[in-house]
Design a protein around this ligand. Structure first.
Ligand code: F1P
Length: 349
């Protein structure tokens, strides 16, 4: 039988089309009583993959709307409230959870509802009729992106794209909405080349560590790259901002290091120096993005027609397929990650 994870990765162009068609209407309904001009802060939270969605969504939201935004692990909303939840103003909290049943997401929703009436909670989930929906003030359900796999793939890009659409609607940015609408077609065209490179690089067992580099909105994507690789292959890997990586962590680079660089236009003048150092210390560098800066051993050109924000979801299928093909090369079953279930539950919820 074909791997469920693989099938869900390849479904993304179709799932993104459904997202773009349905989210504006869903948001119109769900956002009754939320007045864009009155929002003073947007808080994005999740656990695991959903935390990395929150990171990229928060950066996207602030860039698109100009409204201050931050991302936190859901546990921090109720365990470190004074340092994570603004004490006043009109705060909108997006609580992201594929399952809609993860304990920390439920605890955060209940805590905010009971203790912080100035915070309006919006659940984002891929399942219908969930406990998260019952505990939040309002909810965006995306059941067409529900998954059978343990490892989250199409749910990552669907929930991230949803939050970017919501930000564009809040900002009244029609040009960005039109740009986002080009994504399913762009991924459809790119997938064969993305898969070829992911298979080539992922199948090589010449590396004992993988480093993912991404700046700004791409940092959450780099983190997500590590999580896919850890879940599907239990390999050692880390994520960094590419310029930060030169300030110490570069000491770990050697001939058995694979670097996956997610290029953004904003850092284009700074990447040649980084690539030179990475090569000098023996790393194999694979880059993905719109630039094709001199230096990498392999490159996949993607998303040059898109802004840095709209391009975010386009990098992700490459990272997912890289982990998938490495799992196959290691004789592991990507559908059965070690020590992990679809939902992580605490005794207290
Ligand atoms: C989040 C999560 C996933 C992880 C695993 C367990 O769940 O931690 O990131 O890969 O599937 O659950 P959710 O709150 O988004 O359902």
């Amino acid at each position: 039988m074909m791997s469920l994870t693989y099938q869900e990765i390849l479904k993304q162009p179709a799932t993104w089309t459904q997202t773009l068609e349905s989210v504006p209407g869903k948001w119109r309904e769900a956002s009754q009583g939320i007045y864009p001009a009155a929002i003073s802060h947007a808080l994005f939270m999740g656990s695991g993959t959903s935390l990395y969605i929150a990171q990229t969504a928060a950066q996207s939201f602030m860039e698109i709307t100009g409204i201050p935004a931050s991302a936190i692990p859901t546990s921090e909303a109720f365990l470190s409230t004074p340092s994570t939840v603004p004490r006043s103003g009109n705060v909108v909290a997006f609580i992201i959870s594929r399952s809609g049943t993860t304990s920390e997401a439920l605890l955060a929703a209940t805590y905010l509802r009971d203790h912080h009436p100035h915070v309006r909670t919006v659940g984002i989930t891929c399942n219908a009729d969930t406990e998260l929906e019952r505990r939040c003030d309002t909810c965006l359900g995306l059941p067409f992106a529900a998954e059978q796999s343990v490892v989250m793939t199409q749910s990552f890009t669907t929930m991230l794209l949803t939050l970017q659409i919501v930000a564009a609607l809040i900002a009244g940015n029609d040009a960005l909405l039109a740009e986002l609408k080009q994504l399913p077609g762009a991924l459809g065209e790119l997938l064969p080349a993305v898969e070829r490179l992911a298979k080539d690089v992922g199948s090589s067992l010449d590396y004992d560590k993988t480093i993912y580099l991404g700046l700004g909105p791409n940092q959450g994507l780099a983190e997500e790259g590590t999580l896919k690789l850890k879940e599907m292959t239990q390999s050692s890997c880390e994520a960094y901002n590419p310029l930060e990586f030169r300030h110490g962590p570069i000491s770990i680079v050697d001939e058995k290091t694979l670097i996956v660089l997610l290029e953004g236009v904003r850092e284009k003048d700074y990447l040649a120096d980084l690539n030179r150092d990475l090569k000098r210390y023996g790393a194999k560098v694979v880059s993905a993005g719109p630039l094709n800066t001199p230096g990498p051993d392999r490159h996949i050109q993607l998303g040059e027609a898109f802004s840095d924000i709209a391009r975010c979801v386009l990098y992700i299928p490459f990272l997912q397929l890289l982990a998938y093909y490495r799992a196959l090369a290691l004789n592991l079953n990507p559908d059965r990650p070690r020590n992990l279930n679809q939902v992580v539950v605490l005794d207290v919820h």
